[in-house]
Ligand binder design. Structure first.
Ligand code: AMP
Ligand code: GLY
Length: 438
């Protein structure tokens, strides 16, 4: 089978690695790709924001399966374009991709489907939005309604920053801002493959780290690292999320005549009242999928086409993002990267490329904010973590930064912490409580 992967990030390098070890795949194209995917997959120039260009390329290379990595082309209808040419594609229609393309639309679907999420209201005018900020109170959660590469969300205690975020979200006519109740709890990403026949195949739950700095400090980013599985989560967590979130959403989309197929990504906060959806995405999350695919034991084409239920090897996987100087505000590009081969040679380590390219002298240089996703597997999280950070220490990139607390059990935020915090704030900890009813 010939597979075309569309995109150029760490996610796409991870997809290429998984396809490269899939016995059904005998040819792989990654467009436009990066310096890492070029070693596994034929690179092709491509404007990923252009659905026609994607469909043209799929036709030209005779792709038997096209997998579209990023959200921008999906929201623009790229999967519809490829399907219209009679070619197989993994990804939702443009109509179904609105679940990610508009946060207000996602909220409508969640309300209609009875999916637990934060209370919210959306606004198109600055003054009513500012008045409503005070109804919600701090911490303020302000979201630009459209796609913003993970940077359209402001969560802050500072009212002035929230006001600035509202104004920044309502600059152009037609702009919309979503104000939300703050959800307290550790975050979980659950990805589910949704097949054409409506079957739902969940992958391992993972935890992303959105803030740039250790201890969840600094601005939000596209994601600075992830680990899977979650040693602190209950065994029933995935099944609970499928039945309370994924299944009702898939059913509601079908009922509206815009069935969802492809990858549904539920970003959740595990609050004391149970899991609440923070966001939907309509594609694999980056960097979570780098860790998840490192443990996938089933051929990826079988999973994406619904031929097989995904199975995972035991142990744990972690990915640590190495980011460019100045990321996320103003990443510096063009810095040479050293130590890639010695890092990659470590047992269990896979140095996945994200923002990299080969320059005219054959050197690999940074070409994006998130430069590398250093991924490692191990028999447990501690050993995976040790390998990943050992690999990171072998890499040289001037001015680079990364989080040092990915998968650190002493820093991990999990459900027990929230319960403790909740008890400390509101209740007498000596009084017995019936946990089952929470
Ligand atoms: P989103 O793009 O909607 O995923 O938001 C990015 C990040 O902002 C999330 O991963 C959370 O860390 C944070 N966030 C978004 N919505 C909320 C909320 N209602 N309460 C608390 N944090 C939130
Ligand atoms: N890991 C966050 C995202 O892909 O949106």
């Amino acid at each position: 089978m010939k597979v075309l992967v569309v995109g150029s990030g760490g996610r796409e390098h991870a997809l290429c690695r998984a396809f490269a070890r899939d016995p059904r795949v005998d040819a792989l194209v990654c467009a436009p790709g990066n310096a890492g995917t070029a070693a596994l997959a034929e690179p092709r120039p491509l404007d990923v924001a252009n659905p026609d260009a994607i469909a043209d390329l799929a036709e030209k290379v005779d792709a038997e399966l096209t997998v579209i990595g990023p959200e921008v082309p999906l929201v623009a209808g790229a999967a519809d374009e490829v399907r219209a040419r009679g070619l197989a594609v993994f990804g939702p229609s443009g109509a179904a991709a609105r679940l990610e393309g508009s946060k207000a639309f996602a909220k409508q679907i969640m309300h209609a489907a009875g999916v637990p999420t934060a209370a919210s209201r959306d606004h198109t005018e600055v003054e009513p939005a500012l008045a409503d900020l005070d109804t919600f109170g701090p911490p303020y959660v302000v979201k630009y309604d459209g796609l913003a590469a993970g940077k359209g969300v402001t969560v802050t205690e500072d009212r002035a920053a929230a006001v600035a975020a509202v104004r920044a979200s309502l600059r152009e006519p037609g702009d919309r801002v979503v104000l939300e109740e703050y959800l307290d709890g550790p975050e979980v990403s659950l990805f589910a493959v949704v097949t054409e026949s409506g079957a739902i195949l969940p992958l391992l739950p993972a935890q992303d780290h959105k803030r740039v700095g250790d201890g969840d400090t600094g601005p939000n980013t596209g994601g600075m690292g992830a680990y899977t599985p979650l040693p602190w989560a209950s065994h029933g967590l995935s099944a609970e999320i499928v039945s309370t979130v994924i299944r009702p959403t898939v059913d509601e989309m079908a009922r509206r005549g815009t069935p969802f197929t492809g990858l549904l990504y539920a970003g959740l906060a595990l609050t004391t009242r149970g899991p609440r959806v923070v966001e939907f995405n309509v594609r694999f999350g980056d960097p979570e999928v780098q860790a998840i695919l490192a443990l996938l034991a089933t051929p990826l084409t079988d999973v994406l086409t619904g031929r097989a239920t995904p199975r995972f090897r035991s142990g744990a996987a972690i990915t640590v993002v190495v980011a460019a100087h100045g990321y996320p505000q103003s990443p510096r590009l063009g810095d040479p990267i050293g130590g890639l081969a010695t890092a990659d040679a470590l047992t269990g380590v896979d140095v996945l490329h994200a923002g990299t390219r080969q320059d005219a002298d054959g050197r690999i240089v940074s070409a994006g904010g998130r430069v590398l996703s250093v991924t490692a597997i191990g028999s447990n999280l501690e050993s995976a973590r040790g390998s990943a950070y050992e690999a990171v220490s072998r890499i040289s990139l001037a001015g680079a930064h990364y989080r040092t607390d990915i998968g650190d059990p002493s820093r991990m935020r999990h459900a027990a912490d929230v319960r403790r915090a909740d008890t400390a704030i509101g209740e007498d900890p000596t009084r017995p409580r019936n946990r089952e009813k929470e």
